[in-house]
Design a protein around this ligand. Structure first.
Ligand code: GDP
Length: 137
């Protein structure tokens, strides 16, 4: 069993599709082990996306991630990291496979509905960034 971190980004929260996105996870073998709706501060977003700080889109990414509340969750299941990435679809929704979350709910490469950890190592770090051990059940 693996655990991964998911974020439903501000665009999808504003569209009122939290439940529809969670249903994709639950219908495909992933279980919600922890979940909360939060407003990220600028410092939170900059720290969470620190690996991207030299990229030209870093400023836009931070602005977007603090533009409204997000829903962070820990998803658990077999191959949870890869399974979540498969359900999410490609970063750019124009390239996302039909039926993926980004194909169905995302507007653009920055407003792309969801984040998912890209490795088991990053999943552990990202889960610890948002959740205390006692919140993961
Ligand atoms: P992910 O793992 O599929 O989310 O993609 P990355 O780790 O490569 O990028 C992190 C996030 O940065 C993406 O989900 C996008 O929201 C954003 N991003 C990536 N590339 C671009 C870009 O070219 N322009 C903008 N504005 N945002 C981008």
């Amino acid at each position: 069993m693996e655990k991964t971190l998911s974020i439903i980004k501000p665009d999808a929260v504003k569209k009122n599709v939290i439940g529809k996105i969670i249903d994709r996870f639950e219908s495909n073998g992933l279980r919600v082990a922890a979940i909360k709706k939060i407003q990220l501060s600028r410092a939170d977003a900059e720290a969470f996306y620190a690996v991207h700080k030299e990229r030209p889109f870093f400023g836009e990414l931070v602005e977007f991630m603090i533009s409204g509340p997000v829903v962070v969750s820990v998803l658990e299941g077999e191959n949870a990291v890869a399974k979540n990435r498969e359900l999410m679809g490609a970063t750019d929704p124009k390239e996302a496979a039909p039926g993926t979350i980004r194909a169905d709910f995302a507007e653009s490469i920055d407003a792309n509905a969801v984040h998912g950890s890209d490795s088991l190592e990053n999943a552990e770090k990202e889960i610890a960034f948002f959740f205390a051990q006692r919140e993961i059940l």
